[in-house]
Design a protein around this ligand. Structure first.
Ligand SMILES: NC(=O)c1ccc[n+]([C@@H]2O[C@H](COP(=O)([O-])OP(=O)(O)OC[C@H]3O[C@@H](n4cnc5c(N)ncnc54)[C@H](O)[C@@H]3O)[C@@H](O)[C@H]2O)c1
Ligand SMILES: O=P(O)(O)OC[C@H](O)CO
Length: 325
């Protein structure tokens, strides 16, 4: 079979390589000509996933219509670019599996809403979970949530994308799967700050637990199910991303915790730290829903240049409260 992928960053490329594992061909839409050349001529994405040998069954292209001819199409653009990319993709009723993590700035829309508005007649699913691209590309064991409102669709797509080392668990909770992935990126920045500022392992564990409480409050207010938030796409991904400098969000936080400015840190990077874009949107969305998200607010303040010590003092000096969500 042939699978389409839109987005040739680290994650789109890792998924492309993994999908070839079933004798499948992959059509991979890539934005940059030099990346297309690198993949098709040297079978490596030297820009976004260097050092991983890619199968000859991965064909990179700038022709979105050619990718749109097949089904399913995995959509792996940065969240803030999904609308503009998908608005150029012909809708042919192909199933879309959204693999990006974020909330659209301005509209505060989740990505399945963005996709539904831009590609007509496509059934939509969300793939999310603890998935460092470089590990997936090496064939290391990985489990993900695959959510679609229609459970039959989720099961059908799970069978299509499952590979020996990629194990999808199906769910009908699309909102929950999206919220876990979007919120954990913001919390990972906070955990990185704890690391960069040298606040210790106790503080990091406290932040993961209180961050999860925050994710749960927001998720429940937006219609997510608690069990999804406690699953692979929520808690699972939160633990992964809050524990390792392999995470771009965590490493952004480390640099912020050492006193760097967000603009200067991100100016040096070609890769995306989605949490930096999600944080202000999430803060707005939470305020509208009447949900208290102190860690998210702290991350926003740090991204806006607030002093690390002041922000940490502000969190520690909040009134004492009950632990329950
Ligand atoms: N890397 C991972 O381990 C991983 C795992 C799971 C999910 N994700 C999610 O996948 C999404 C893509 O991340 P990534 O890691 O593949 O990206 P990346 O950081 O490796 O690469 C950046 C990507 O952004 C694209 N880009 C830059 N400007 C653009 C524009 N104007 N329009 C369209 N595309 C543009 C580039 O072409 C490139 O594909 C993100 O939402 C991320 O959270 C990443
Ligand atoms: O490198 P990050 O922080 O974007 O995290 C990558 C994946 O989302 C981990 O599941």
């Amino acid at each position: 079979m042939t699978i389409g992928i839109v987005g040739g960053g680290a994650w789109g490329t890792a998924l492309a390589q993994t999908m070839t594992g079933n004798d499948s061909d992959v059509r991979l839409w890539v934005r940059e000509p030099e990346v297309i050349e690198s993949i098709n001529e040297r079978h490596e994405n030297a820009v976004y996933l260097p050092g991983v040998k890619l199968s000859e069954h991965v064909r990179a292209t700038d022709d979105l219509a050619w990718v749109a001819e097949v089904s399913p199409v995995l959509v792996v653009t940065p969240a803030q670019h999904m609308r503009s990319v998908l608005s150029n993709m012909p809708g042919k009723g192909q199933a879309l599996i959204l693999c990006s993590k974020g909330i659209e700035a301005g509209s505060q829309k989740f990505l399945h809403h963005v996709a539904a508005e831009t590609v007509s007649h496509s059934p939509i699913a969300v793939l999310s979970g603890p998935t460092f691209a470089h590990e997936v590309a090496q064939g290391l064991p990985t489990a993900v949530t695959l959510a679609a409102e229609n459970m039959e669709l989720a099961q059908e797509l799970a069978a299509v994308i499952a590979r020996p080392a990629l194990r999808p668990y199906v769910s009908s909770d699309v909102v929950g799967a999206e919220i876990g992935g979007a919120v954990k990126n913001v919390l990972a920045i906070a955990c990185g700050v704890v690391d960069g500022a040298g606040l210790g392992q106790n503080a990091r564990a406290a932040l993961i637990a209180r961050g999860f409480a925050e994710m749960t409050r927001y998720g429940l207010a937006r219609g997510a199910k608690a069990e999804t938030l406690a699953g692979l796409s929520g808690l699972g991904d939160l633990v992964l991303t809050c524990s390792s400098t392999s995470s771009r969000n965590f490493s952004l936080g480390v640099a912020l915790g050492r006193g760097g400015s967000a603009d200067a840190i991100m100016a040096d990077r070609k890769t995306v730290a989605e949490g930096a874009f999600t944080a202000p949107v999430l803060r707005e969305s939470a305020e509208e829903a009447g949900v208290d998200m102190p860690v998210t607010q702290a991350v926003c303040a740090l991204l806006d240049g607030a002093d690390v010590g002041d922000v940490i003092d502000g969190l520690l000096n909040r009134p004492l409260r009950e632990e329950g969500v």
